[in-house]
Design a binder for this molecule. Structure first.
Ligand code: RB5
Length: 140
């Protein structure tokens, strides 16, 4: 089964826990953080970047307040294609067109149900390949 990593800062901690409960059948690799105590999002984006690079996980979910900082941090790793999504359509497109391997969510931007819809779409949508293949190749 696909190994799925998840990481957040304090702003995303509550939503991280809810997502793990909601998708309880997933074999989660929880990269932290472990509480709502203030932490620095680059450390958790970095942890995701390392997990994807080392193939400890092939897919990931990132959450911070906006979803922005933590995705910027993860995208500094060449193996990561992290997509910041605010709805299920973006999550599906990130898979279909960009072969995103990480989705980033903003806990202060979207509600819980929308976050679940994004995760559902991200996990259940395939990369379309074809013309998108060469474009994704150009990202590396
Ligand atoms: C933390 O306050 C906040 O800055 C962080 O969660 C995130 O939104 C950064 O991009």
């Amino acid at each position: 089964m696909t190994k799925l990593a998840i990481a957040s800062d304090h702003g995303g901690f509550a939503l991280k826990e809810k997502i793990m409960q909601r998708f309880a059948d997933v074999d989660w690799l929880d990269l932290g953080t472990g509480s709502e105590e203030s932490v620095d999002y680059p450390q958790f984006g970095k942890a995701m970047g390392e997990a994807i690079t080392n193939e400890d996980a092939d897919t990931g979910i990132l959450i911070c307040g906006s979803g922005i900082g933590i995705s910027i941090a993860a995208n500094r790793f060449p193996a990561v294609r992290a997509a910041l999504c605010v709805n299920a359509e973006m999550a599906a497109l990130s898979r279909q067109h960009n072969d995103a391997n990480v989705i980033s969510l903003g806990a202060r931007i979207i509600d819980e149900e929308t976050a679940y819809e994004c995760v559902e779409a991200f996990l259940n949508t395939e990369f379309e390949g074809g013309r998108h293949e060469r474009r994704v190749e150009q990202l590396s």
